[in-house]
Design a protein around this ligand. Structure first.
Ligand SMILES: Cc1cc2nc3c(=O)[nH]c(=O)nc-3n(C[C@H](O)[C@H](O)[C@H](O)COP(=O)(O)OP(=O)(O)OC[C@H]3O[C@@H](n4cnc5c(N)ncnc54)[C@H](O)[C@@H]3O)c2cc1C
Length: 376
């Protein structure tokens, strides 16, 4: 296993670092997160990324990518986070985009991919329901085929990020009553601006009520189907597979940045317990990066992604929580009673990280059964 970068990869890293150094905008004020100003801010940066070919470096050129491989995508993700450049529309770019490339028709790719990268069309993910989160196959939202040949969706989704912004939703709905819960589900593309849809904001403990919502469907019309009718579970598994690995290089570098900022805030440390906690965080950041590089190298050698994605997810989300717990402990009472600042917002937000994209308990079940070979 050779983890060194080739000359060409090093040069790609320098190019992207230089581009990001020149084009990264100043950060958005934390209190504007999720607002219309946030949407406009992301759209401007998304367009700049698209024009430079960096919006999705591993996608085919025909759809706005650079046609590069996973190593370049990993390099890009690291440099993007290192530059502290803003995220754009990752729900769509990291989840729906790769799903359309893998399971969509050429016409669907032509229709949806470009506006998804530039943010001209914004998307939300309609998978979770009140009684279907970790057990997603328990979903009950239904779609019925009308006499006009169009699918009409009825049911409720919950924890839908950015539903307020979204012009479209990719929805999992039951289209037949199969005894096997993984069958009879279809992956639908539904426009949000229609009478059969109501978006109700949910307030998070950060105080933010712009980013999260419940979405109610009552006979809402689906515009398109991805993959075969009743085969949406397989399509959705493509979506969730991409959710994990490709993002973790960004997340690892983000943790590196946060740890650097934390050490700068704390200054020289003499307390042995604090030194030990910081050393633990340093080790976790390094271990995560080596694990990612090992698995990238395995992928390059033709292996498939398996349960390793669960290991990455469990590690980074735990690391980020521990890191922000140290920041909170160092700042003492001011961390919880003072004005909401970046550290406080981040500490509260890290609570969500061990829930979304598969909770830590679920990841540990997968690690126990599939990596350690423990009995169920
Ligand atoms: C910030 C954030 C953004 C999100 N964005 C979206 C989005 O845009 N679209 C979307 O569809 N969903 C979204 N989600 C929802 C997310 O996918 C679910 O919250 C997640 O799948 C967990 O489901 P749940 O909340 O229903 O919890 P549950 O599945 O009800 O789990 C409750 C608790 O039980 C534990 N548990 C459940 N099953 C087991 C088991 N078999 N073994 C051991 N423990 C178990 C869980 O770990 C958890 O601690 C988001 C969530 C968050 C926090």
């Amino acid at each position: 296993m050779d983890l060194n970068e080739t000359m060409e990869e090093r040069s790609f890293r320098s190019e992207t670092r230089a581009w990001l150094g020149e084009h990264t905008p100043p950060p958005l004020a934390p209190e504007l997160a999720g607002s219309d100003s946030d949407l406009a801010y992301r759209r401007i940066f998304a367009q700049a990324l698209f024009d430079a070919g960096y919006a999705a470096v591993d996608w085919p050129r025909r759809y706005g990518g650079l046609g590069l491989g996973l190593v370049h995508k990993a390099i890009w993700n690291e440099e993007w986070a290192r530059a502290r450049a803003p995220e754009t529309f990752q729900n769509a770019i990291d989840l729906l985009g790769p799903t359309l490339l893998a399971c969509g028709t050429p016409e669907q790719c032509d229709r949806y991919l470009r506006p998804l990268l530039t943010g001209e069309e914004t998307w939300c993910q309609g998978f979770s329901e009140p009684d279907a989160g970790s057990d997603l196959a328990a979903l009950r939202t239904r779609a019925e085929l009308g006499s006009d040949g169009r699918w009409r969706v009825s049911g409720q989704k919950v924890w839908t990020s950015h539903a307020r912004w979204a012009e479209w939703c990719f929805v999992l709905a039951r289209t037949s009553s199969e005894p096997n819960p993984h069958r009879g589900i279809t992956f639908l593309l539904v426009p949000m601006d229609q009478p059969g849809i109501e978006v109700r904001p949910l307030r998070q403990m950060t105080g933010d009520d712009d980013r999260f919502a419940e979405v109610f469907f009552e006979g809402a019309i689906a515009e398109d189907v991805v993959g075969e009718i009743d085969d949406g579970w397989r399509v959705a598994m493509t979506t969730l597979g991409h959710e994990r690995f490709t993002r973790t290089f960004w997340l690892q570098m983000n943790a590196r940045n946060e740890l650097d900022a934390l050490r700068e805030m704390i200054g020289p440390v003499r307390d042995p317990v604090m030194r030990q906690r910081l050393a633990g965080l340093e080790s976790s950041v390094a271990i995560l990066r080596w694990l990612l590089l090992r698995d990238l190298s395995r992928l390059q050698a033709g292996a498939q992604l398996g349960a390793e994605g669960s290991l990455h997810k469990a590690l980074w989300s735990d690391l980020d929580q521990r890191l922000h717990q140290v920041a909170t402990d160092v700042r003492g009472l001011a961390a919880v009673t003072g004005d909401a600042d970046r550290w406080q917002q981040r500490m509260l937000y890290t609570r969500a990280e061990t829930i979304f994209a598969g909770s830590s308990e679920i990841q540990r079940n997968i690690i126990a059964e599939r990596i350690l070979g423990l009995p169920r």
